[in-house]
Structures are given as C-alpha cells and as structure tokens.
Design a protein around this ligand. Structure first.
Ligand SMILES: [Zn+2]
Length: 411
C-alpha cells in the first residue's frame, strides 16, 4: 500500500501509536514471515503465499453488469477526511479532499450512481469546506455527514457542547452523523490515555437524542471483522491481511471483545428508540447474519449497509439471499469507496467502475465464484463469491428506496 505524508486513515482513527501504546503487535510477537513456513515435500517448487494467485478453472458464466437495474444511492463513501481527530487542534476543522468532484462525477454517471453520501465530512469549518466543494457545487449528487468532536470528550461540558455542535452542523447542511470505530476502540478517558470510553457511555446520550430531534440518521461503525480479535496465526482466516497490517488487530491489550462492543451498541439502540441508526458493514458482523437479523428484529430503529462486505455476504450466498429477503426494507447500498489517488484506500475500497460492477454483479446475477474486489489476491481472505440474483422489488429498495426513506430524500 502506498504511503503518503500526513495521516493515514488508520492513524487518524488511532492517534499516534505512541499515545495509545496499543494496537500494534509487539515486534517480538510478530507472526513468522511466509518464507519460514514449512513447505513440506514441495521443496524448491514451493510458492510463497503472497505470490500464489491461482486462476479458477471453472467454466461458468461471467456477466458484466455495467449499469445497475435501478439508480443507486451509495450511502457509504469517504470523499473528505479530517486530519487531526484526537490531537490538540479542534477536530474536523481542517479537512482533506480524497477526490475531486470532476473525477468522481464521471464514474457516478457511467455507473448509475445518483448520489454519494460522504460520511466523513468533518465538523464546523471543515464541514463547510466539504459541503461547498461537493454538495453545494453539485446539488443532488452529494450528501455530507458530520462527526463527533472526540477531542472534547473529556471536557466537563462535553455532552452539552456536542449536542449544540450537532445543531450548528445540521444548520450548516449536515444530513447525518458518522461514528468511526474511534468510539469503543480508540477514544480514552483522557482522549489518548486512560481507560477506553465505552460505546454506551452516558456522555453521548444528548448527542443521540439530538440526532433523533433533528432527523439525522447515525451511520455507526463499532467493532471490526471477528478475525481481527483473534491471534494472528495460521488458523486466522484473515492471516494475510493482518500479517500485512498487524496494527489492525484488536487481539489482546485492553481492547474489549467483539461481543462486548456489540452488546454496548445494542444498549445504545435500546436506549434511543427515536434515533435512526445505520449499522455500517452489515451491522459490523457480516460473518454472523443470524445475529444481525436478531438485532434488526429487536431494534426497529436499526438498519444495515453492505459496504466492504460483499466478500462476506457472497461466500454465504444462500444465507445472504434469505437475509436480503427477510430484511429488504432495512438494507442500504454502500461501498466504503475512497477515491483517493494517493492510495490510502484498501483494495476493496478503491473507487472506480470496477468496484461498482462487482457490487451490481453480486446483487443482480447468479454468477458463481468470482472476485469480490478488483485486486489480484483477495484482500480480505482467499475465497470467492457467488451472486444473489435478487428480484427487482428488492433491488429497488436496496439501491435507493431505503436510503431515500432513511435520509429523508424526496423519491
Ligand atoms: Zn467507511
């Protein structure tokens, strides 16, 4: 992955590694390099795992879906990024563009994407810059969400400040609130030190309630793939990804478990029934659709979005199809796309024609065993996916109708 100067998305979430002292596997416990693996009798002919790119010999139909059956609202994109989330400067007041509208719009037009929702639009002046460059310059094509001011979370008057800041950002045009996994996994009592702040900490209650009062949906991301909470060893199904990015692991240290994070989220959903939540990445548990279904059953204010998880959904196509049938009014289309020419998108986030065509093929066709990301090696795990072949009424809801309702847009 290319590195640029300044902050990566991961650093943005984590603050500096030194400040947190957690999140990176200690050097002494780093997983063994691939070359050290026991190659058995294969000897000289053994191929190192990163170089292994098997090509399927299946003769199965390949459908290219260049345009979606119905217009699309992509509710999960990152067109801007705030640079100093937990540092000394007010969060979100400096905003960085990840893509130019002039580069993004032609892809949207070619791929039938009517509107993109930029979730990471920052706060205050940063939000205004983001909106000016996207929403206001191209009406109807872009929608921007705001974010909490994490760096003030230790202030005694934070609950009131945050509620009022939301009101100011709503007045400035923000249509929703985005929570990264900063809450639950990075934000600490003294911002960058002390114990982690729980997802259901009471200081955020006025924020959730203000979202309800202003009809601002909350796009929330807590937790991460289950494998990120397990040791990085030969049994870990995302070994290659975690081996390349050991700081993505939440195994050990003082991180809560996946189950604890989701239980705290559920307490928030229960406590704020008037607030509409969009659980990003299939409710952050695409590996367990039964559990996501239970959450959708329990909480009428909960919805899910599919960004960066067609790899999970498509490897369980029969269960996924049943999930889409059962919850067709609660699932929103999203990609987690990042149109950054600087390369801070993971392979499954690279904005472009190829990305959208994979999603459309997955949702619309019954093609079998195809790649879930435009990358030579499957980035999240070495498997391929199968299309769902969803019927038109469900496609219409997932592509745009559910998003129109949740975002309060005219159809
Ligand atoms: Zn995202």
């Amino acid at each position: 992955m290319m590195r640029r100067t300044g902050w990566s998305r991961r650093e943005w979430l984590a603050g500096t590694a030194a400040a947190f002292g957690a999140g990176c596997a200690p050097a002494g416990e780093a997983p063994a390099p691939f070359a050290d693996a026991d190659v058995g009798d294969a000897g000289e002919s053994a191929v190192a795992l990163p170089e292994f790119e098997p090509r399927s010999m299946l003769h199965v139909s390949e459908t290219r879906v260049e345009q979606p059956r119905f217009p699309v609202i992509d509710v999960h994109t990152h067109l801007t990024w705030s640079d100093v989330p937990l540092g000394p400067d007010p969060f979100g007041e400096r905003i960085r563009k990840l893509g130019e509208p002039s580069a993004v719009l032609p892809v949207m037009d070619r791929k039938g994407v009517r509107t993109m929702v930029n979730l990471t639009g920052g706060v205050g002046p940063g939000l205004m810059v983001a909106r000016r460059q996207f929403d206001e310059a191209h009406p109807g094509r872009f929608i921007t969400f705001t974010e909490p001011s994490w760096n003030r979370a230790a202030d005694p008057d934070y609950p009131r400040f945050q509620a009022e800041q939301l009101e100011r950002d709503h007045a400035a045009g923000a249509r929703g609130l985005k929570l990264t996994k900063t809450l639950g996994l990075y934000l600490r009592e003294q911002i960058t030190s002390g114990p982690l702040v729980a997802v259901d900490d009471a200081r955020f209650d006025p924020m959730w309630e203000t979202c309800a009062a202003l009809n601002m949906p909350v796009a929330i991301h807590v937790s991460d793939p289950e494998a990120f909470f397990l040791p990085i060893d030969r049994f870990n199904e995302r070994y290659e990804e975690l081996h390349a990015h050991p700081d993505w692991s939440f195994h050990g240290s003082d991180f809560p478990s996946n189950a604890e994070l989701l239980a705290a989220r559920d307490r928030v959903l229960a406590r704020h029934p008037g607030t509409t939540f969009i659980g990003l990445h299939v409710g952050h548990w695409a590996e367990n659709l039964a559990a996501v279904g239970e959450a959708l059953d329990r909480f009428p204010n909960f919805h899910v979005e599919i960004g960066a998880r067609v790899g999970e959904l498509g490897r369980q196509p029969r269960g996924a199809r049943r999930f889409f049938e059962a919850y067709q009014d609660r699932i929103l289309f999203g990609t987690d796309a990042i149109p950054s020419p600087e390369g801070d998108a993971t392979p499954q986030q690279v904005f472009g024609d190829a990305l959208y065509e994979i999603y459309y093929r997955f949702l619309e066709t019954e093609d079998e065993y195809f790649d879930y990301a435009p990358a030579p090696v499957p980035p999240q795990g070495r498997w391929r996916i199968h299309g769902l072949g969803l019927p038109e009424p469900i496609l219409r809801k997932v592509y745009h109708q559910n998003a129109e309702r949740v975002l309060g847009l005219a159809a």
